[in-house]
Design a protein around this ligand. Structure first.
Ligand SMILES: [Zn+2]
Length: 190
């Protein structure tokens, strides 16, 4: 038997702290970028000359020849890099856990595949990695459920088969289907 307690407050707090630090790091990066931009503006003469030399914008025939044969020719590569970055972003969005703020890979479908969740946020796993026992139990439950649904459908089909030709029978079967669904719902909630 599994006797691990569910994720404690300490663990949850630790996770929240980790998210907070990621946020702080992001803010730090933005600040560094802003500081870099400010330094560039303040020392414009030096940086512009350095940039001009290193991007090949000076000492070439014509004012823009150097740009297009130097740094400018790399612009297409930035487009490719952008496309790759977008692709990676889309992939992350597709496979990361649907729990807001969670960065784990979510591979466990919930609610009939509407959500992909990590083991920690999947309601059936209760915050723990699925153990071998849990996998076996859920598998057995799934098979039992499928068999029950299958039996029920067979039963309904048998009951409908003699009368279900055309016309009125179709109306009857629709009514019956509704009542069957109610019965099944009741069965599930028990
Ligand atoms: Zn998650």
């Amino acid at each position: 038997m599994d006797t691990d307690p569910p994720p404690s407050d300490v663990e949850l707090r630790r996770e929240r702290k980790r998210t907070k630090w990621a946020f702080v790091a992001l803010i730090g990066l933005i600040c560094a970028a802003v500081a870099g931009g400010a330094a560039w503006v303040l020392h414009a003469d030096t940086t512009d000359h350095w940039l001009a030399v290193h991007t090949g914008t000076i000492n070439e025939p014509g004012p823009y020849y150097g740009f297009w044969s130097g740094f400018g020719s790399d612009l297409a590569e930035f487009g490719i890099l952008g496309a790759i970055a977008t692709g990676v972003y889309q992939l992350v969005k597709k496979y990361n856990c649907h729990e807001p703020g969670c960065w784990r890979v979510g591979t466990h479908p919930a609610a009939g595949g509407q959500f992909l969740l990590c083991y920690r946020h999947h309601p059936e796993y209760k915050g723990k990695r699925p153990t071998h026992e849990m996998i076996e139990r859920l598998h057995r439950e799934h098979i039992t459920q499928q068999a029950a649904i299958h039996d029920r459908l067979n039963e309904i089909q048998k009951r409908l088969a003699p009368g279900a030709v055309h016309g009125d029978a179709r109306v009857d079967s629709a009514d019956e289907r509704v009542s069957e669904r109610h019965e099944m719902d009741n069965h599930h909630t028990q």
